[in-house]
Structure formats: structure tokens, C-alpha cells
Design a protein around this ligand. Structure first.
Ligand SMILES: C[S@@+](CC[C@H](N)C(=O)[O-])C[C@H]1O[C@@H](n2cnc3c(N)ncnc32)[C@H](O)[C@@H]1O
Length: 288
């Protein structure tokens, strides 16, 4: 069937996906893109690309576009991914940040996992906050977890993981925060409780504009698939979503120094994090 998809057809799909998601599929991904496209054409019983494209654009755009996006995105993730970075967050960044908030009487903590896939990252963050914050019960802690892909969000809400997903989790945390079931490891309710899942496209400007007052944003292992322009747009949205003094954490290979000068760069161990300049805010409503 691959002959039925010409290079010009592929170009149209590439442009559409780029416009909708920010993900740019380079020529070396042509084989991958073509085979995923074929799967969608088969699922929609479209014998020609022209029929499928019409379906995509005019007939059932929202649904089929969502399916196509789900087919081409990479959802690879696991609990406690990039442990050294998380340790840096937990031991070097978090304690002084929380102390600054305590001195201002501000006990609200908002964290955002901005491309959360099947939920391993936000649950990891929930465990870290539980473990690291001595006066946890005093804090109003919220973790927002978003992804473009509705299918992964459905799995994330269930919070059930196999051995592969949990392999980097320290054994004491495994015992404390997960329940062994015949189907795998289920996150316990007190770890699920602060986490709220929501569908959001990082390229959706109005949707992103509604996200505000985050102390920490984790946007890891997604911007590598984006072009410089779409990365720039996302980082500008994340900047606006942070409180002064708040931080963005990116994946290991996702340095953005040449893309944005707005953030102050901080080196923690062998990774960089991106800080929005400014002092931590006092409790909302209190005189500064
Ligand atoms: C490789 S996973 C990373 C998961 C997790 N952050 C981690 O580091 O383990 C990338 C996720 O980004 C999501 N994604 C891709 N493009 C997106 C977009 N435009 N908006 C929101 N999420 C997107 C994909 O659906 C996928 O679940």
C-alpha cells in the first residue's frame, strides 16, 4: 500500500502534524510516518490517501486527527526516570525553595508535568514531595499532569504499572506507595490524590495561557521532537505559567540556552534547570 502514499502526500501530513503539535518529522522518519499513516488509513477503511485526507480535514477532523497524533507520538516513560536529575530537584532545589515560601507564609505548591504520558512522571513527583516535605500536611499540594494524547491519559488515571515501568523505583518506595496486584503495581490512593490529569496540547496558545502560578514545571523528553520555533513558543508559555522564582526542568538532551534568554540557568550536578527570575511570592492576599 505504501505506493499509494506519495512524497507530496507525506509532505501534507508532515505539515499538518507540525502545525497541530509542534512535532517536526524529519525525512529520516519517513518510513515510520508512512507506516503509521497506513495503519490509520486501514482503520478508517480508506483505500486512497485522498479519501483519508478528506476524512482527516473535513469529515471527522477532531477524532481522526487525535487518532493520528496518538499513532505518531512517542510515549516512552517510566517511574523515577533520570534519577540524578530528580535527586537534584529533591535535595538541592526543593528544600531552599520551600523554606523561602514558608518564610512568606505561602504554603501552596503547584507542580506541572507538562507531557506526562502514562503518568509515571507525575506519580514520581507526588512520591518525592511526600518523602521530602516534613510538614507535608500543612501544604496545599497540587500536581497537574497533561498530555496531548487522550489514550495515555486514560492509562495514567488508572496508575497501574508493569515491572519495566517500576524498575528504577527505590525498593522502599515500591513497598510504601504501590500495591501489588495480579496485573502489576498500582499506585496507592494517597499518591494519586494530589494528581489531576487533563488533555492539553503544548502548542495550544489559549489553553496554555490559562495555566498559571506553577512553582515547578517538568517538561521532559518531549521538546526533542519539536522544531526550534515550536520549542520557543512552548518555553515562552511555560515561562508565563511559572511564579517568579519558579523552575522548569527539561530532559537531559534538551538544552534551550540558545532559544530563550528569559530564564536564569542554574547548574545542579550535571544538569541544567531554568529559573524564572524573581523572589518567591508571599501567601496570596497577604501584604508583600
Ligand atoms: C517520551 S514521552 C515523555 C514522558 C515523560 N515526560 C518522561 O520524560 O518520561 C513524550 C510525551 O509527549 C507527548 N506530546 C507530544 N507532543 C505533545 C504536544 N504537542 N502537547 C502535549 N504533549 C505532547 C506525547 O503524547 C508523549 O506522551
Amino acid at each position: 500500500m505504501s505506493e499509494l502514499i506519495s512524497n507530496a502526500d507525506l509532505e501534507r501530513i508532515r505539515a499538518l502534524l507540525y502545525k497541530e503539535t509542534g512535532i517536526y518529522f524529519e525525512a529520516k522518519k519517513d518510513y515510520f510516518l508512512k507506516s503509521r499513516l497506513q495503519q490509520r488509513m486501514q482503520a478508517q477503511c480508506c483505500a486512497t490517501f485522498q479519501n483519508y485526507y478528506k476524512e482527516l480535514l473535513f469529515t471527522d477532523r477532531e477524532t481522526e486527527l487525535a487518532f493520528l497524533i496518538e499513532e505518531v507520538t512517542v510515549n516512552e516513560t517510566y517511574l523515577f526516570r533520570d534519577f540524578p536529575q530528580l535527586r537534584g530537584f529533591a535535595e538541592d532545589v526543593l528544600p531552599s525553595y520551600l523554606q523561602a515560601k514558608r518564610t512568606k507564609g505561602n504554603y501552596s505548591l503547584n507542580v506541572w508535568s507538562a507531557a506526562c504520558s502514562t503518568g509515571e512522571e507525575p506519580y514520581t513527583l507526588a512520591i518525592i514531595l511526600r518523602e521530602m516535605i516534613d510538614d507535608y500536611d500543612r501544604w496545599n499540594t497540587n500536581i497537574l499532569a497533561t498530555d496531548i494524547d487522550r489514550r495515555v491519559l486514560r492509562q495514567a488515571r488508572i496508575g497501574l504499572y508493569d515491572e519495566r515501568a517500576i524498575k528504577e523505583t527505590p525498593i522502599p518506595y515500591k513497598q510504601k506507595y504501590f500495591r501489588r496486584t495480579p496485573d502489576g503495581w498500582q499506585v496507592k490512593p494517597d499518591i494519586q490524590e494530589p494528581v489531576a490529569f487533563e488533555q492539553l496540547n503544548l502548542m495550544d496558545r489559549p489553553g496554555m495561557r490559562r495555566k498559571r502560578v506553577f512553582d515547578f514545571i517538568f517538561c521532559r523528553n518531549v521538546l526533542i521532537y519539536f522544531s526550534d520555533d515550536s520549542r520557543k513558543q512552548v518555553l515562552s508559555s511555560l515561562y508565563d505559567a511559572l511564579v517568579p522564582g519558579g523552575y522548569v526542568f527539561l530532559g537531559h538532551s534538551e538544552s534551550v540556552g540558545r532559544i530563550t534568554a528569559s530564564f536564569a540557568l542554574e547548574r545542579i550536578g550535571d544538569f541544567l534547570c531554568y529559573k524564572k527570575p524573581g523572589a518567591v511570592l508571599p501567601r496570596p492576599g497577604s501584604p508583600s
